[in-house]
Design a protein around this ligand. Structure first.
Ligand SMILES: Nc1ncnc2c1ncn2[C@@H]1O[C@H](COP(=O)(O)OP(=O)(O)OP(=O)(O)O)[C@@H](O)[C@H]1O
Ligand SMILES: [Mg+2]
Length: 329
């Protein structure tokens, strides 16, 4: 099963540049969480702090019974086995072909023989749609293929926690849809905890159980998808609805006079779409009843929420939907 990550009072700076301070939240075990934020707000730096590649100025990252910034080198090495990480640039070894890149963690961290390694590598390559690219060097494949090779490599050790830094950037929309489906299916099968950094609002709206926004040197909000997508918090509303109006500007922040000039622009959040479901017909393990968070907190759903492509309303027809999904085929 997945494992939670508890982040407490985390602060990170480079010289005099404070990236973020006092980041505190829990990434729930076995759920998919997504982290968004304007470029340069420190999302990649945050992921690197979670696995101990960068050290925070202060604060804690509790994973199991360890506190990542305080682990010794050998403990950190052990801890990293629990993570599968896809870096923003894929971080493949340039002189190694795709096959050897994906096999690398198995050779480094396990005693498996080459036969078994071949079986695992081929399975993961098929999963991400890379079959046939085994012998190519990273420099000889497209950016999207490098991403998928990085993802296959992140999966070979069956990690409890999967961190993915913009897995969907550089992918075409159809591949993005397949990738999102793959994440849901993996989460359902492995029960792993996911933290995905993305700029894709479409992905952010349908894939995760929880959403977070980094902005202005802090975590503005983190919580269940319904809470974030129905929020009227100016930055959250602006970001998740991809609008110009709001506190986020082209050069990261607008000043107050600019915000005042725009007036009290307060747009209704867009409808909350139904969540992606596993392709094998099951219901997501961490799935909450659509609309439950809203009802419990007496927040009205944005009009048109929870209607799927077939026109069904997941809020009112949820019991029927679940009964259909669980029925053996
Ligand atoms: N090793 C480093 N040394 C000094 N500054 C760094 C280092 N790594 C990142 N930074 C700075 O930290 C800030 C946050 O960088 P980061 O890559 O985490 O942004 P991001 O939110 O991932 O952006 P994007 O959405 O463009 O990927 C940037 O200003 C960057 O220049
Ligand atoms: Mg980044």
């Amino acid at each position: 099963m997945g494992i939670e990550i508890r982040v407490e009072g985390l602060r990170k700076s480079f010289g005099r540049q404070v990236i973020w301070e006092d980041v505190t939240f829990t990434i729930p075990a076995g759920e998919i969480s997504a982290l968004l934020g304007p470029s340069g707000t420190g999302k990649s730096v945050f992921l690197k702090n979670l696995i101990g590649l960068l050290r925070p100025d202060r604060g804690h990252v509790y994973v199991g019974d360890g506190d990542v910034p305080r682990l010794r080198e050998n403990e950190l090495y052990e801890m990293r086995r629990r993570f599968g990480v896809l870096f923003q640039d894929g971080a493949l070894f340039g002189s190694m072909n795709v096959y050897d890149n994906i096999a690398f963690p198995l050779r480094e961290h396990t005693r498996k023989g080459e036969g078994e390694i071949r079986r695992i590598v081929q399975e993961k390559m098929e999963m991400v749609g890379l079959t046939g690219a085994e012998g190519k060097l990273p420099g000889e494949i497209s950016g999207g293929m490098r991403k998928r090779a990085g993802l296959a490599r992140a999966l070979v050790l069956d990690p409890e926690i999967i961190l993915a830094d913009e897995p969907d950037s550089g992918l075409d929309p159809v591949r993005t849809a397949y990738l999102n489906q793959l994440f849901v299916d993996l989460n359902c099968e492995l029960g792993a905890t996911f933290l995905i950094v993305t700029h894709d609002i479409g992905t952010a709206r349908v894939l995760p159980d929880n959403l977070g926004l980094l902005f202005r040197r802090g975590l503005v909000m983190f919580g269940p998808r319904e809470m974030v997508l129905s929020s009227t918090h100016p930055a959250v509303n602006q970001f998740f609805n991809a609008r110009r109006q709001g506190p986020i500007g082209m050069a990261e922040e607008k000043d107050q006079s600019q915000i005042d000039d725009e007036g009290a622009y307060q747009a209704m959040p867009a409808p909350i779409p139904p969540q992606l479901m596993p392709s094998d017909g099951r219901v997501r393990p961490s799935m909450r009843r659509p609309g439950e968070w809203l009802r419990r907190h007496q927040v009205k759903p944005p009009p048109g929420s929870f209607i799927d492509d077939e026109g069904r309303n997941w809020m009112t027809e949820w019991d029927e939907l679940v009964a259909e999904r669980r029925r053996p085929r």
